[in-house]
Design a protein around this ligand. Sequence first.
Ligand code: DOR
Ligand code: ZN
Length: 432
Amino acid sequence: MKILLTGARIIDPAQNIDSRMDVFLEDGKIAKKGANLSKSLKSKDSEKTTKIIDLAGMILVPGLIDMHTHLREPGFEYKETIASGSAAAVAGGFTSIACMPNTNPINDNRSITEFIRRKAAEAALANVYPIGAISKGSAGSQLTEFWDLKEAGIIALSDDGKPVMDAALMRRAMEYAYSLGLPVISHCEDTNLSGAGLMNEGYYSTILGLSGIPGIAEEAMVARDILIAEFTNTCVHIAHVSTAGSVRLIREAKKRGLKVTAETAPHYFTLTDESLQSYDTNFKVNPPLRSEQDVAAIKEGLSDGTIDVIACDHAPHGRTDKEVEFEYAANGISGLETSLALSLKLIHDKILGWPELIAIMSVNPASILNLPKGTLETGADADITVIDPLLKWTVDVQAFRSRGKNSPFNGRQMQGKAIMTIIGGEIKYDGQ
Ligand code: DOR
Ligand code: ZN
């Protein structure tokens, strides 16, 4: 199918483009960009075979990429399937997602990787890129077969959900992964420090009587992984940064020229631990929501380039996982369908400009994961997100495509939404 998208503001930070143009898609690729392309179409009499979509007032960007999604298949299909998670992704404006290996069984061998890819192909919605486990069963003692997993199609390695507590194992993982060109994504948590903690350690944990997780539980591990990356001359990507101390460590590491990249999630720049006063388990997440000072530091880290990526950490759970005593509730927020609107708030609040935000949500994750995505250059895959920047809407978890209705943002007023998601030149979501 040929598609002509007319009248939108095109923002492609990969090519330094920010202007009003038409975009013509053919054979699944970006074929042409320019002013008034409809005129040249008419002259070639190809009008009948081309779908023309008027996008006046809209913003058209390279397809958003979420590099930290938990799909729950195999094993926890009641929380999410590869199909329902893919549907949530395109509804949230994401054309590509990378899925964490903490399924059951864990994605620590090629048969699980192949299963995920097969299911994703059947769903035929978002591009789904599996992330393989660093250690067998993510148990932290034996490395998985990196080469075999790479051949099966993983694009990165992580034991996310759990840290790699053994520093020697992490060292070997980083060395071996680097030689294979696979990024290592680190869930930074010293479990001896986080212990049985349920929320951020501070004023609110004290008054609520809930055991705390100190910021240092994350920061000690961030520091360790930076040191290992430096010692081995390899790279590491720090997942879900939540504290001011982590931002400072990553900023200093980058200043010293180390190959460290980092992501945060929308809830870490939107919410604080004060929300836990409601004892609503939808606010329970790992790492936990932190203090106001931490939120300010995360925003600063995004604005000065210390934090490269906003990732959802989409962690869907069922009612039976969340509607229990706080202590027993699962950690996580169903994030794919609210991430863009929460991130657009950074533009409204003048923390980021449009090109910076699109770099953080598309160009940078593509580059960290070595994906041939994140650009609208001629010949690239026609993966496109169309955003209505002014659309006002209210979050309704019952309307989520995700099976995970666990969102602390239910009922919140938002401004800005993806209204169309195009992947490989095909419209996969049309919310117009
Ligand atoms: O809140 C979280 N949920 N943090 C994690 O690290 C894992 C994730 C999950 O898998 O539910
Ligand atoms: Zn994690």
